[in-house]
Design a protein around this ligand. Structure first.
Ligand SMILES: C[S@@+](CC[C@H](N)C(=O)[O-])C[C@H]1O[C@@H](n2cnc3c(N)ncnc32)[C@H](O)[C@@H]1O
Length: 255
């Protein structure tokens, strides 16, 4: 991107645009690229991790459709990329949500062009307001799937668990929660990564496996449980790069 829209400071690294850079996207500024390059020096597998995360999203969304889910809310949707949720599940009503204004401008222009697709600018840390607004788009008497991919690690503990609980309480039986979450895999270099994100638009809150598992309280975890992205029902279990450890992923169903 060459010019920043009004109200957007291109000098502050932005977590959505850094992620876009990891996915080889073009919607990023020099400050985003510089911060992302610093992360790549610390965690050289970040690009593969981001791709593995998107591949997990595709497999998880297909699983949701197979389970009969026809309403999907993609929280922290990020900048449009290849394989967006509504393209994987054209039969579903899809609502994308993100709090970032650049993400929303691009999302509305590129994603929300079909009758059953919407893009909502909202902060997930305000679950009551979010649920109120979703109420005009989603039938909460029917199963709904909340996707929370690579977003919860941008939300501190005191808000993250409460948000997930409120979403579960609002959901009908048969609803689903899909999570991917970065973990503290290389303690030696983690402080440098935390520092880079502290200077960005959202700080990182890395969690342990047990802490990520807690988000699924009240859900039944689909096989194979909480795993690395490439370990979740891989299309080709022998594909190269299957050891990449961006973090943990899982799919839960509300009984
Ligand atoms: C790393 S991107 C992940 C994009 C996509 N979910 C994926 O996994 O491919 C994280 C996204 O979460 C959004 N985000 C972070 N905190 C948020 C919040 N409190 N409310 C809404 N969106 C948020 C960011 O703007 C960004 O677009």
């Amino acid at each position: 991107m060459d010019n920043a829209p009004e109200g957007v400071d291109p000098n502050v690294p932005n977590v959505a645009r850094m992620y876009d850079y990891f996915l080889d996207g073009k919607d990023n500024f020099a400050a985003d690229r510089a911060a992302a390059e610093q992360i790549l020096q610390t965690f050289p597998h970040t690009k593969e991790g981001a791709r593995a995360n998107r591949a997990f999203l595709r497999r998880a969304v297909r699983h949701l459709v197979d389970q009969g889910v026809r309403q999907i809310v993609d929280l922290g949707a990020g900048l449009p990329t290849q394989g967006n949720t509504h393209e994987i599940a054209p039969e579903a009503r899809v609502v994308y949500v993100d709090y970032d204004s650049v993400v929303c401008v691009h999302g509305r222009a590129l994603l929300a062009r079909r009758e059953n697709v919407d893009f909502l600018q909202a902060d997930v840390r305000e679950p009551k307001a979010l649920l109120d607004r979703l109420g005009t788009m989603i039938d909460f008497e029917q199963p709904v799937a909340f996707l929370m991919l690579a977003i919860l690690h941008f939300i501190p503990d005191d808000e993250a668990y409460d948000v997930v609980t409120k979403l579960r309480e609002a959901s009908a039986p048969g609803s689903h929660l899909v999570i991917s979450h970065a973990v503290d895999s290389t303690p030696d270099t983690t402080p440098q990564a935390l520092e880079i994100y502290r200077r960005a638009t959202a700080a990182l809150n890395l969690r342990t496996r047990e802490e990520v598992l807690r988000f699924f309280d009240g859900y039944e975890l689909a096989e194979p449980g909480l795993t690395y992205p490439n370990g979740w029902r891989p299309e080709d279990p022998d594909a190269p790069g299957n050891g990449i450890t961006f973090g943990y992923v899982g799919v839960g169903r509300k009984p």
